[in-house]
Design a protein around this ligand. Structure first.
Ligand SMILES: [Zn+2]
Ligand SMILES: [Zn+2]
Length: 154
């Protein structure tokens, strides 16, 4: 009976420090896991950051390269030509028609004469000589009178 009663007491004495040790080990395990997790996440974020920076740098170099080669200018020219094609057809100026919005071409500052070919810009309805507005629009997709862009039509 005496020998039977003693083992649980002994077990209790030996179990207690082991439990504390286990708890400490668990805490250490969780802390180290958290540190490793943070290191991995930090590493991934750092890697992604570097990756994005590299891509930005590469894109910048690519743009510089394309500009040097002239591809971007060619694309821009093509865009401008497309925009010019979307302009409404030319109209023949007729002095007796009152639908027109202005009587003077703002580019050459001359009055419109009968049967002259004119271009009316679609958004602001300003009118110019066809021969005056075409060279302007090649370099500048805005109305020379009011600066309204004509690109939104493209
Ligand atoms: Zn003109
Ligand atoms: Zn205008």
């Amino acid at each position: 009976m005496v020998f039977q009663a003693s083992p649980p007491v002994a077990a209790h004495h030996t179990n207690h420090p082991r439990n504390v040790f286990d708890v400490l080990m668990n805490i250490a395990y969780y802390i180290s896991s958290a540190i490793i997790f943070l290191l991995i996440v930090g590493g991934i974020v750092f890697f992604i950051h570097c990756f994005v920076l590299c891509i930005q740098l590469a894109l910048r170099k690519l743009v510089v390269f394309l500009q040097r080669v002239g591809i971007l200018q060619a694309l821009e020219e093509r865009n401008k030509k497309m925009v010019l094609k979307t302009l409404p057809p030319l109209v023949k100026f007729r002095a007796h028609e009152s639908v027109l919005y202005c009587s003077t071409c703002a580019i050459c500052l001359e009055d419109f004469k009968d049967r002259e070919f004119c271009q009316i810009l679609p958004l602001c309805n300003h009118m110019f000589h066809s021969n005056c507005i075409r060279p302007w629009l090649i370099n500048n997709l805005k109305c020379p009178n009011c600066r309204t862009s004509i690109v939104s039509l493209a």
